[in-house]
Structures are given as structure tokens and as C-alpha cells.
Design a protein around this ligand. Sequence first.
Ligand code: UDP
Length: 320
Amino acid sequence: MRILITGGAGFIGSHLAGTLLSERHKIIIIDNLSTGSLKNVENIKTKENVEIFIDTIFNKKLMNELVQRCDQIYHLAAAVGVQLIVNNPVETIETNILGTDIVIKFANRFNKKIFIASTSEVYGKNDSMPFKEEFNRVYGPTNIRRWAYAESKAIDEFLALAYYYEKKLPVVIGRLFNTVGPRQSGQYGMVIPRFMQQALLNHPLTVYGNGQQSRCFTHVKDVIKAMIGLMEKVDCIGKIFNIGSNDEIKIIDLAKKIIKLTNSKSKIKLISYKEAFGEGFEDMKRRIPDLTKICKSINYEQKYNLNDILQEMQEYYKIN
Ligand code: UDP
């Protein structure tokens, strides 16, 4: 198959491209390098079955051509990362809503199956755990910029489901929980790359709030396997799936674990949310996926646990 990956030079997109290539597919990448980078696709860019377009999904002429030429789409182009979202709310809302609208419209014009990368943020601050796909969304007020990300991704889901319902467009929606792996940048907030780099430099680890908030981390390779698995099953069309791990860790314990693993001299520095993100920031206290639906639908199992992930990230950041 010829597969179009929007955001294919990003952290997750570039891993997806590599995996699909190894499965003998042809790949078309479109990426404006806003948070992605050419370095991420260095290892595949000269391969025969790869085409890379450094351009935006807002280029309708190009999107028309690329969608027409492909058999399937993975739509990963988005504004992501808490730091980016809080600092650039206009870009977040416009890319995630208007950009997705364009991609889905072309998918519909040429009737191409499309994977929509959504997020666990969609659950907001609902505190019933673990999150099942049909749970309510609980958001804060509109003057807290973080919620724009959750809202924008929820709109993407509504739109994709609406196209499925009204136009029979084959869509699959994956809600990705905290995904980690090589090539992920700490620049936009992601905690493991940040802590790992801080620890390797013997700098203080910047734990936000009191560090009692927790997350579950999944290796990018497990996430990609799940995405491809969902796209391969006809039964998954028109449905939403959590993709993640339910191995929970508090952020303060994650910091301690990374200091120990790296033999670092770093200390832990507690930083208030106000200091990190400015006035009126809200964090999610916990975020655990219920994986029943994906386990029932595809043969979903995680090959990598948190120790494997941290080990690999340590090796990666030692040389990058
Ligand atoms: N975090 C932190 N220090 C950092 C970056 C993040 O304590 O330097 C915390 C953040 O407040 C959140 C968790 O780590 O509670 C995960 O943050 P990340 O941005 O990786 O993902 P999120 O789950 O917030 O989307």
C-alpha cells in the first residue's frame, strides 16, 4: 500500500514511517517541521519507497494530490506538548481543528481510510479511573489555555465520527496516552526526555507541583503496533480506542528512578505550576487508560515496560 503520514517527521510519525516501510509499504510524509525535524527521518529519507514533502496540511493543492495518490492516511500532524499549547494557543486551535478539517475533507473526497491520532487529554480532569472510551469529558474554563488542546482534539473526534456516520468514511480513532521513545524532544514539555537530559547533565530535575501527579508511559513502538493493528481490522472502523499502558507512576518517583538509573548527582527541584506555565494552569492528577476495548479488538500487548523505556532513553540521550 501507499500510505500518507501527516506529521511524518515528528516523533511518533517518523517511527510509524519506519515500521510501515519495514512492512514493505510505500510512504508519503507531509510535515511542516513545526515540532518535527528532518533528523527524525534521516535514516529513511533517501529510501526508494519514501517521499517527503516539507509543507503544511493547509496546502490544499498538495493535499489533494497526496490524498488522491495514497491508499490510507495516518493523520498525526498536530500542535502537541503542554508547553507549546500554553504558549501558542492560536496555533494549537487552528492546526488541530482547521488542519484536521482539511485532511478529513480530502480523505472523504477520495474515500481513503484514515487514522485520527487523538489524545488522553480528551478525558480532561475526570477523576474516575481507569478511563473507558465512553467516559464523560470534564474540562476547566476557557481562560485556562491548556483545555484548548483537549477541546480541539475532541472536535477532531466529533468531525471524524460525523464523516463516518453521514458519509461512511472509514475512520479509526486512537486516544494516545503518554508515549515515549527515542527522538522525543523535551522542548515542548514532555517529562521523560526532560528529566533524562537534566539527569545526564547533573542538573536539577524540574518536578512540577508536588510531584504527586501520576502518568502511565508507553513505548512508541508498542503504540505504533497498536495503531497499525487497529487500521488493519475492519471491525475497528468508526470506533475510538485508548492506546497506552496502565503501569502508573508518580512524577516524583519517576524523577527519583531516573536519578538512580543514571547515577546522577542531580537533586529534585519542585517548581510551582504558576512558575512553569504562568497563572491559572491546571494539571491532571492521574491518567490511566482502560485497555479492555483495544485488547478485545486486536492482539494488543506491551513489549516494553517503564524500565525498558528508561534504559533505552538513557542510551539515546547519551549520544544525542
Ligand atoms: N512534568 C514535570 N516536569 C517537567 C515536565 C513535566 O513535573 O519538566 C510533569 C507534568 O506536570 C505532568 C507530567 O510530568 O504532570 C507529564 O507531563 P508531560 O508534559 O510529559 O505530559 P502530559 O501528561 O502533561 O501531557
